[in-house]
Design a protein. Structure first.
Length: 447
């Protein structure tokens, strides 16, 4: 706006800019243009594109949007099992396997005899038809044993081994999620998530259900420590049980890793499962379900230097030199097709552990607890391996006898079963005997 002074009278007069005076005219022209644009009979071809139509030709936005991952569909076997509900207290195992056919019979025999009602094996192998045939054979074997006792009819719901195809890469966590949903649908009471080279060893219980009742009541989730075993000096595979071939414990810091024995109702939310060691737990009354060890002490995370006199997960991590190389070549169901797989395999071929960059550990303390338990629970099948002639020689000797260093008498007393006194023993005085004064020993047997 411009102010002009009237020279005659000395009073100001107002003069409007031409742009403002033209605004009404511009408004009319814009209105006419928009009307023509949206009027169908004035547009060539008789069609006026809508706003939605014009957006079809627009370039996609560069803003990143979260894409929904395709939800995994349940297999026909899972759908069938989902309707077979457990009515009693039961314990189940969820596992993922990748071309470990050689070890499955012993692993399954052991855990079924320990009292697990069902074992769910998610199969990531290159030849899934082989495991399906194995599953049918094992389940028929079990059914026939029951039919001979006239206990049940030949019902698929009575199968105890369930092999479910799980192709792809990095399938361990997705498989655990799928298995967790299935065992919740089937109303299992407890579950543990193990690998095929892991055996749950109970020190004070004959049956896993009894262990669950004592240590995993509602609101409790038990963290059980690893016990890693070395190569026992073996260089190649032999067709003998794993628990028989490898009986030399390794005292490693990695024994502080835990595996979980969970109450199935407390698994929540299942979508938050991210690790093979710990699992999300349901919150009740604003208090989170407790993750504890067998002494009742709270466990945080995947590590715990916990008690070792009630339960352990025996982890046959290496097996023999040859088997360790084959394990590395197979790849990993957790990490998938690792970029450093070739380097890891080369290290294994040199006899090195890729994680420590040291020679494969033989193990230093003899421990045959798992083997003795297997012989006791399944004697008809496994006692034969310990049969001897009149002179005490094994009738079925292995090519490579175990070669772990035998501890001294003092070390046996101090490291007996590598146990840590439990709170219950401390209270009743069973552990009141003082330990011998510890001398400096080889780092191979240090805690």
């Amino acid at each position: 706006m411009v102010v002009v002074t009237n020279q005659m009278h000395g009073s100001p007069s107002w003069k409007w800019p031409a742009t403002l005076l033209a605004l009404p005219t511009l408004w009319v022209l814009l209105s006419i243009g928009s009307t023509l644009y949206y009027t169908p009979f004035l547009v060539p071809g008789g069609y006026a594109p809508s706003i939605q139509d014009r957006h079809l030709d627009a370039k996609p936005t560069t803003r990143k949007t979260k894409q929904n991952k395709k939800k995994r569909e349940m297999t026909p076997q899972e759908l069938t099992l989902e309707h077979s509900i457990k009515t009693e207290e039961t314990a189940a195992i969820c596992a993922v396997q990748k071309d470990e056919d050689l070890y499955l019979d012993e692993w399954v025999d052991y855990h079924l005899a320990l009292g697990f009602s069902d074992i769910y094996i998610y199969d990531n192998s290159n030849h899934p038809e082989k495991l399906q045939a194995w599953q049918e054979f094992r389940n028929k074997e079990f059914q026939y044993s029951l039919l001979a006792q006239e206990e049940v009819t030949n019902d698929m719901a009575m199968n105890r081994i369930h092999v479910i195809p799980m192709p792809g890469e990095r399938v361990q966590v997705p498989a655990y999620k799928a298995c967790a949903r299935l065992i919740q649908h089937r109303n299992h009471t407890w579950a543990t998530f193990l690998d095929i080279d892991e055996f749950l060893v109970l020190k004070q219980h004959e049956n896993v259900v009894d262990f669950g009742r004592d240590h995993a009541p509602p609101g409790r989730h038990v963290g059980i420590n690893w016990q890693i075993f070395g190569t026992s000096g073996r260089t190649q595979y032999e067709a003998w049980p794993v628990t028989f071939r490898f009986q030399c414990r390794v005292s490693w810091s990695r024994n502080k890793y835990i595996k979980s024995f969970v109450r199935v109702d407390d698994l929540h939310p299942i979508s938050h499962i991210k690790s093979p060691h710990t699992f999300p737990l349901r919150k009740a009354n604003k208090n989170e379900t407790l993750r504890v060890d067998t002494d009742g002490n709270i466990v945080v995370g995947s590590f715990n230097d916990g008690p070792r006199d009630v339960a352990l997960v025996y982890h046959y991590y290496f097996r023999s030199f040859e088997e360790h190389i084959n394990k590395r070549k197979r790849g990993d169901v957790f990490y998938g097709d690792r970029k450093d797989l070739a380097n890891i395999t080369r290290m294994a071929e040199k006899g090195l552990d890729p994680f420590t960059n040291k020679k494969l550990n033989k193990g230093s303390v003899h421990d045959d607890s798992a083997w003795q338990a297997l012989k006791r629970m399944v004697p008809d099948k496994y006692a034969v391996y310990d049969e001897t002639d009149s002179q005490g020689n094994l009738l079925h000797p292995m090519k490579e006898p175990p070669r772990c260093r035998t501890p001294t008498e003092w070390e046996n007393e101090f490291l007996a079963a590598d146990l840590k006194p439990s709170a219950s023993k401390s209270n009743n005085g069973a552990s009141s005997k003082s330990r011998p004064k510890r001398k400096k020993v080889s780092t191979a047997i240090k805690k």
